[in-house]
Design a protein. Structure first.
Length: 418
């Protein structure tokens, strides 16, 4: 079996961590039982480009038990948990191509290695497999039944491919499932982003001005949790509806040029480029901490920050100090890569349970509906989304009410008023 990982000796630790995460993934566990019995993915070659974490380890196991031949590569050069990749290779016999801290060349080499198996299904977090297949490996496109996409950024890329009519196979936007983005993006990113910032810096959040740039589901989660930790939260937004929502959620809202002067901590979660730029660095206070929790490391203009600095050094793991011409010091976390996955462990298994249940069931749905799907971006079928919510509640021991026949009839009848 071919693989490229940091160190096989880390496998035992990785196995324990995969098993620990599995304890908090009961929905995925229920799919595992079914897949192991029925082998619905038998004969399918599946290449996954996901953050290599203990939660992803559980998903890989489920897909393999379902009969698929799986191979895993990282969806970010800094998010890999090297012990997990070792365990997947040694104990689960799953080929992994991922090393934490790999350079861009190795990152793309690993993506190519994951595609060398000539997959029928691609499973992406950020659309790098789709992008590679459509640019440099077009000859493989006829093999592909379809793909799934985990994240907002990937879905945006795919929708623009579909719009330009260049997307050559159907993709399910897992991110668009309610059981994904309402929980993973909000509560997952909210908690894990603070976790990453705290592990990297060990600062006290209470009383700090905490600037969140972007008020999508991830931004809402980060803002909510930063407020819970006692920070004074400022939101910067370009979308008037989201900005209004932030105002009525009780946050201060202002342009980044004004927030730049006030912030002690800045977090970008926009999906866009050069959101924090040189003019903002120039206005920041001495000691400001800057982090990103969006998918790509483009949200903070790092070359711009470098150009303003007369000196830089790594002060702690994941904390780079930039000394500007006037002596102010700014601190960039985790090279501007996803701080929650680089400096911490990503979202807790409790939410990844639902995200990855969507992934597993979407892969099966692709297989079962291959002849009906066009080369478009599809949502996760509502039945799958609702079933995941039902099973999740059930595993949490939470019961809910049901509509009576009379209530159902009332909701379907436009004639009845007061
Ligand atoms: N994305 C965010 N958190 C994650 C995790 N724990 N595992 C895989 N992908 C993630």
């Amino acid at each position: 079996m071919e693989f490229d990982i940091k160190d096989l000796n880390l496998a035992q630790k990785g196995k324990h961590r995969i098993e620990w995460a599995g304890r908090f993934m009961p929905v995925l566990e229920s799919i595992k039982q079914k897949f192991a019995k029925e082998k619905p993915l038998k004969g399918v070659r599946l290449s996954a480009c996901l953050h290599v974490t203990s939660e992803t380890g559980n998903l890989m196991e489920v897909l393999k038990l379902g009969g698929a031949e799986v191979v895993l590569t990282a969806s970010n050069p800094l998010s890999t948990q090297d012990d997990v990749s070792a365990a997947l290779v040694k104990y689960y016999k799953i080929p992994v191509f991922a090393i934490k801290g790999e350079n861009d060349k190795t990152y793309y080499q690993h993506i190519n290695q994951a595609l060398d198996v000539r997959p029928h299904i691609t499973m992406d977090d950020g659309a790098d497999l789709v992008s590679m297949l459509h640019s440099k490996r077009k000859n493989q496109l006829p093999d592909i039944i379809g793909g799934t996409e985990e994240t907002t950024t990937g879905v945006i890329r795919l929708k623009s491919m579909a719009q330009a009519k260049v997307l050559s196979y159907p993709v399910i936007a897992v991110n668009d499932a309610k059981t994904k983005h309402l929980f993973d993006n909000r509560y997952g990113t909210g908690q894990s982003t603070l976790d990453g910032i705290l592990r990297a810096t060990n600062i006290l959040l209470a009383g700090l001005n905490f600037v969140v740039v972007g008020y999508g589901w991830c931004g809402r989660g980060v803002a909510m949790r930063a407020r819970g930790a006692g920070s004074l939260v400022i939101i910067c937004e370009v979308d008037p509806l989201k900005a209004l929502e932030a105002v009525m959620d009780g946050f201060q809202v202002m342009p980044l040029k004004d927030a730049a002067k006030l912030g002690d901590v800045f977090v970008t979660v926009t999906g866009d480029k050069n959101v924090i730029d040189t003019r903002h660095f120039s206005a920041m206070k001495d000691g400001a901490i800057i982090a990103n929790s969006g998918h790509f490391n483009v949200e903070i203009n790092i070359p711009g920050l470098r150009s303003l600095a007369k000196k830089k050094r790594l002060t702690r793991e994941f904390v780079e100090e930039f000394i500007l011409e006037d002596g102010r010091k700014l601190y960039l976390l985790a090279d501007g890569r996803l701080v929650n996955l680089s400096a911490a462990e990503g979202h807790p298994a409790m939410v990844m349970d639902m995200s990855f249940a969507n992934q597993a069931l979407s892969a099966l749905h692709l297989l079962n509906s291959a002849d009906k799907l066009e080369n478009k971006v599809y949502g996760v079928p509502t039945e799958i989304d609702e079933e995941i919510a039902r099973v999740k509640l059930d595993t949490m021991g939470i019961k809910i009410d049901k509509l009576s026949v009379e209530q159902k009839k009332y909701l379907a009848d436009w004639k009845e008023g007061t």
